[in-house]
Design a protein around this ligand. Structure first.
Ligand SMILES: [Zn+2]
Length: 422
């Protein structure tokens, strides 16, 4: 299961599709609430009752299903109700940011069993950061009453571009020493080569977390992280869209027109230079670092995004107006994205979203006036409810949806067939 063709939220695209009614598919039907008894499963799949029973026994033997009492009788003997057992294993999740990280142990429903947040400088490099992460995992496993043998998968978010198929960072700008590092293999040395380790860009896992927690009913969602910089995670057709080179969603470096920059710049200001080297990127105009710098130039004591948010929430009119204007600038770029992609929901997260009233007002003002009416008719623009837990939630969700996908469950049962009583 190393370097899996992984999937978010739906079965993997490649490989043989699971046979209709395979054990993995029966598990999915129970997990999704479509079936609760063997009779339900037989009716839904058209399989013989004996076949269903045999596959259910295999799932029960592997602890993935449990019998949870009796359901209402339809006349005869009351049927046994089947339930997914989220304690069949644990998942490790890490969201590594530029300056701090969050690590968690969850069960197979995504419920956190233990979680912690640490200061962590990603620029210390993988030889410092990865061993520290393993130590945090060890402590959290102990706290959760679990052992490394219980780990069925690991999900990691990194603050830079990642080649998802191999889990390797690719030229990450703020992560010296990380380029090409085999993150999955490093973690598999600890947890075993058969334990899948999925690594993705932090904004993608945040988008996955928001989608999994609150928006599973929509297929098309944009998650915008507005922090020091600006990034975007895309859920298209129910799965994370990474693009041909994994560079999809790099919204922060879209250039905004001079007329828009003029809304935020003082007369005579030099055009804003972005950390990517280009002029006039939306991040260099409306990102948290840019706003903090602009306020500092006006005499405020603002070093970072959180300082800007503190001013806004304290009622400072200047700072509030600046964040609203930043929302308008971001809205210019999002209006084009809405016409192009037609999302059902745009979730705004990141540190600057803590000043959400001003930020969302600016975004909504422009998006609803600039985008096509058909594209905005049912569009919701909302603030993240997970806040800085979006990443850790998505990292766990990514792993859970992978390890419980019918293909992986079926392969796992086949590999353990000697352990299953027929
Ligand atoms: Zn840029």
């Amino acid at each position: 299961m190393r370097n899996p063709d992984v999937t978010m939220l739906t079965p993997p695209p490649r490989g043989a599709p699971p046979a209709a009614g395979s054990a993995g598919e029966l598990l999915r039907l129970v997990r999704d609430g479509h079936a609760a008894t063997r009779a339900d499963l037989a009716a839904l799949t058209g399989l013989a009752r004996s076949t269903v029973s045999q596959r259910i026994e295999a799932l029960i033997a592997r602890n993935l299903l449990v019998e949870a009492g009796e359901g209402p009788s339809a006349g005869g003997r009351p049927p046994v109700v089947l339930a997914f057992n989220p304690r069949a294993g644990v998942v490790l999740a890490a969201d590594l940011g530029a300056t701090h990280s969050r690590t968690a142990v969850t069960d197979l429903s995504g419920a956190p069993l233990a979680e912690s947040r640490q200061e962590c400088d990603i620029s210390d490099g993988p030889d410092v950061v990865l061993p520290a992460m393993l130590e945090h995992f060890d402590a959290l496993l102990a706290e959760a009453g679990a052992t490394p043998d219980d780990v069925v998968g690991v999900g990691v978010g990194l603050p830079g571009p990642v080649e998802f198929a191999t889990g390797r960072p690719v030229n990450p700008p703020i992560m010296p020493g990380w380029d090409g590092v085999r993150v999955p293999e490093r973690l598999q040395e600890r947890y075993g080569a058969e334990v899948p380790v999925l690594v993705d860009n932090d904004v993608n896992i945040m988008a996955a977390g928001e989608h999994w927690t609150r928006w599973q009913s929509v297929d098309d969602l944009l998650y915008i992280k507005v922090g020091t910089g600006i990034g975007c995670g895309i859920v298209a057709g129910g799965r994370i869209h990474r693009g041909a080179q994994g560079a999809a969603g790099d919204l922060g470096h879209v250039q905004v027109p001079d007329s828009v920059i003029a809304q935020v710049a003082e007369a005579g200001d030099a055009p804003p230079v972005c950390r990517c080297g280009n002029l006039g990127c939306v991040e260099a105009v409306a990102g948290g670092a840019a706003l903090a710098r602009r306020l500092a130039e006006r005499g405020y004591d603002t070093a970072n995004t959180r300082d800007v948010v503190r001013l806004v929430r304290g009622g400072d009119a200047d700072a509030g107006m600046l964040v609203r204007t930043a929302g308008r600038v971001l809205g210019e770029v999002l209006a084009a994205a809405v016409n192009f992609f037609n999302p059902a929901v745009i979730v705004i997260g990141g540190d600057l979203a803590r000043a959400h009233e001003q930020l969302l007002a600016g975004i909504r003002e422009i998006v609803y006036s600039r985008s096509l009416p058909l594209a905005t008719r049912h569009l919701e623009i909302v603030r993240s409810t997970l806040d800085d837990r979006a990443g850790i939630t998505g990292a766990a969700a990514m792993v859970i949806e992978h390890v419980l996908s019918p293909q992986v469950v079926d392969a796992w049962l086949a590999g353990h067939s000697e352990g299953i009583s027929a």
